[in-house]
Design a protein around this ligand. Sequence first.
Ligand code: GCU
Ligand code: CA
Length: 546
Amino acid sequence: MSVRIRSPRPRAVPIALIAAVLGLLGATALAQPAVARANTLTVATNGDDDNPGTLSAPLRTLQHAVDLAAPGTVIQIRGGVYAPEANVQINKDGEPGDPITMTAYRGEHVVIDGENMPYTPGELDGSIPRPDRGALHVEGDWWVFRDLEIIHGPYGIFCMNCNDNVFDRLVTRDNYESGLHLFLESGGNLIRNLDSYGNFDPRNNGESADGLAIKEGSGEGNVVRGARLWNNVDDGFDSWEFTSPILIEDSVAWGNGFDRWGFPDFQGDGNGFKLGRGADTATHTVRDSIAFGNAQHGIIDNGNPASMLIEHNTAWDNAETGFVFDRSTSTLNGNLSVGNATAVSLGSSGGSGNSWDVKDDWSDADLISTDTAAITGPRRPDGSIPATDFLRPQGHSDLGADFSDNDDDDDDGGGATEPGRYEAEGASADCDGTIDADHAGFSGSGFCNTDNRTGAFAQFTVDAPESGTATLEIRFANGGGDGRPAQVSVNGAEAGSIPFDATDGWTDWSTATVTVSLDAGGDTVRLVATGSGGLPNIDYLEVAAD
Ligand code: GCU
Ligand code: CA
């Protein structure tokens, strides 16, 4: 159909026929969202495990959905609280480029509550058998976990021997051990925009529950971006005895290590980011991150002997030392330490351009803002941390972490959106498929991956400042080998087409443009696949007035 519409001799096709074909396409597209796709499994609190797992006949349990999943399956969970009596065992793998996804259904609020599971909490000084660790116990590779809240578990998520997974926009709070824990041979995992707080371990009087732990193991390529780790009983982040490099950026840790639970023999530590004990090979990098108001130190090597890179971070108002790197041979550049009991302890670590290299007497008067409201407040719809001047220095703009000017092009945790840009994963867009993040180079926190079928769509509600023609620029990647043509409609009316030619793979992003007329105010722009390949992966749509 699309071939005829875009034929070099369009006059051979009567207008009425084109209109009829487009009408049909429109109808198909509208009918699609209600129909679950073959590789989609829906779970709902009113479901039944004898159901097929469609939207209208959903499954009841997460475990059954996991048992049915195969590479490419999307487990979409309807809003509500799920409180199974056994933890969810995830012991199968997706595939490279074809992960298994477990996600909230279209932004609905999903809570996985571990309170009914064993070891919530475990007995004092006892240990938790490994398979019982984690409300979600993951031993799989190539999974994407997105938009889920995990509470009261025997650990929130416990991931052991798990590789190449994405943990995106998760909340892990008030668990009876660490919120999210990677363990043993675990590499290639991306942890993005995690909020992990209030985790505590009565079993150990607070000795070991961190917000995020990547501990006692190895594996290259673990990345933490845009995490907020607060009010945990032990540390915000801890990489105790993890011997491979970890990258942490655009993250914030505060208020860790205080006894908020009245433990009889309190053992919590209270560092923002704790980077040891490791090995020479544990050359972690921490950059553009903030540690404030922790019970002990801001960022500490903790006996890790490696040469780590600590750049453009800020430590403020921690009860002990801002930066403790006296047992490693690390390089510290451009860091800012203000209002801690001691600014820095360097030992044989070095570096340059830090606040302590500039002058000695730093105080709150040197800061533009100490207002925590934005950095600790709600995330933006795309999951990023709101832009804020929090702890930016007056002058000396090359010092410290900077959340004030994050842009969304670098896949970081924060960022003000470009004017006129609508991310496919954002609140004003609707993706007839899944929001994925497995092909690098996208902006914001993900892209829309529709199914491979005619009628699959991505829709954007855009705001035109005035009526008239506007150019829509759509960023996409098409590694499918062939064109993925689409019709464009505005407010339900046909408005053009885009061939979406093949690009050089799924990480090769390109832009296509189409000129349309928009009404002032909200317009609905829909891209509908006219070929059986579906749409290419769609990153964003930008509107430029002509
Ligand atoms: C692969 C790729 C996806 C893409 C899909 C497709 O599975 O990883 O990102 O959307 O192919 O062909 O549409
Ligand atoms: Ca696709």
